[in-house]
Design a protein around this ligand. Structure first.
Ligand code: NAD
Length: 352
């Protein structure tokens, strides 16, 4: 018999091509009469149209949300909500725009309506992060979970392959680790496997420029599922490594995830056989780790850690830090194994 706990968040999901046109209705549904609009630079035109659609119900605007959610940007946004007596925040863009909205919600408890334009998945989670000085503070808080998410695959039309590929594999990483999470359960596993399958089906066409509405929709649907998996699953060795290496050596977020994921998956191959079967099945591949590596190669995403500019002599330090306070992981985390994993990722060897 099944025996598990699955906790979901209370969020309304509106999915489909052209659904950005429902932004005003969704703000209205939440009782919003004075929105702060936050957007990423690349989504300025979409934000302009949203501003028109919202009319007098949008009273303040911030353009150009940037990576890592600087504290100063959050404070500026909070000040605007106070000055204009805002009653909700609309975020249009990737993880950076949603990140600013989450920072505002953390301080003001204003509800968020998110319209994602990448596959990052932040819009589905209670995880927030704000950069201060040279560090990033992160946490979990239900107040930052968007009350409504509009997934409109049309927003990803202009997503270049160099962003779409790593962003998609980064999303997949959430589902891979959900499948062997300490708190895994049948609902989470179904969501995670579905997310990997949908991303694997949509990403190749998105990245080679031949995507139709179906492929774009599959990729966004996969990102939604993977975000949903991240929302409730505990994360393991892969996320630990990405945080350590990305944070300590200032490497790009999605690219680091993309390169390490096949190797972290391979590391867990014997300790999480059911997860490996599900991942391979979703990818229609012979092996989970090999399948992820091959997908990354096929869509032109990075597979070699050295290419991110990391010095090989830093691998020892990375292995030390990653094994100091490990997260739960199905395979015991030992320094020698992690050092070997990093060596394979550094040289971009296909896991066999
Ligand atoms: P991002 O929002 O910075 O977007 C990356 C780049 O893509 C930016 O230059 C942006 O302008 C551009 N872009 C966005 N949408 C585009 C589009 N449709 N077409 C063309 N260009 C577009 O970052 P991201 O990759 O969306 O997200 C990564 C960030 O999100 C990281 O900082 C990560 O820590 C965070 N994140 C947070 C969570 C969470 O739960 N809190 C989950 C996943 C990621």
């Amino acid at each position: 018999m099944f025996d598990f706990t699955y906790q979901a968040f209370d969020a309304r999901i509106v999915f489909g091509s052209g659904k950005i046109s429902e932004i005003a209705t969704e703000v209205d549904r939440l009782g919003g009469k004075a929105a702060l609009l936050v957007s990423t630079g690349s989504q300025r035109a979409v934000a302009d149209a949203a501003l028109v659609a919202l009319g007098k119900n949008c009273v303040a605007r911030i353009d150009g949300a940037v990576m890592h959610v600087p504290c100063a940007d959050v404070q500026k946004a909070v000040a605007l909500t106070q000055q204009y007596k805002c009653d909700c925040v609309v975020a249009i863009g990737g993880g950076s725009a949603v990140g600013v909205a989450k920072g505002v919600a953390l301080e003001t408890e204003l509800p968020i309506i998110a319209v994602p334009s990448t596959y990052a998945g932040s819009e589905m989670t209670d995880i927030w992060g704000i950069s201060k000085g040279d560090g990033k503070i992160t946490g979990r808080d239900k107040r930052v979970v968007p009350k409504c998410v509009i997934y409109d695959p049309d927003l990803t039309r202009g997503l270049p392959a160099r962003i779409a590929g790593p962003s998609g594999i980064n999303a997949m990483a959430h589902s891979v680790e959900a499948l062997y999470a300490q708190n895994r359960n049948p609902v989470l596993s179904m969501i995670a496997e579905g997310g990997i399958r949908a991303l694997a089906s949509g990403l190749p066409a998105v990245c080679d420029g031949t995507a139709d509405d179906e492929a774009r929709g599959q990729a966004v649907y996969g990102a939604f599922m993977c975000g949903l998996a991240l929302a409730t699953a505990t994360m393991g060795i892969h996320h630990k490594l990405c945080h350590v290496i990305g944070g300590t050596f200032q490497l790009p977020h999605a690219e680091t995830h993309t390169i390490l994921l096949p190797h972290a998956t391979h590391y867990n191959r014997d300790a999480a056989p059911d997860a490996m079967t599900a991942i391979a099945r979703a990818l229609d591949a012979e092996s989970a780790a090999g399948g992820i590596f091959d997908l990354a190669t096929r869509i032109g995403a990075p597979t070699v850690l050295r290419d991110l500019g990391l010095d090989e002599k830093n691998l020892d330090r990375a292995a030390d830090i990653a094994t100091e306070a490990p997260y739960y992981n199905p395979q015991t985390v030992d320094r020698e194994g992690v050092r070997a994993l990093l060596d394979n990722a550094f040289h971009g060897r296909r896991p066999a």
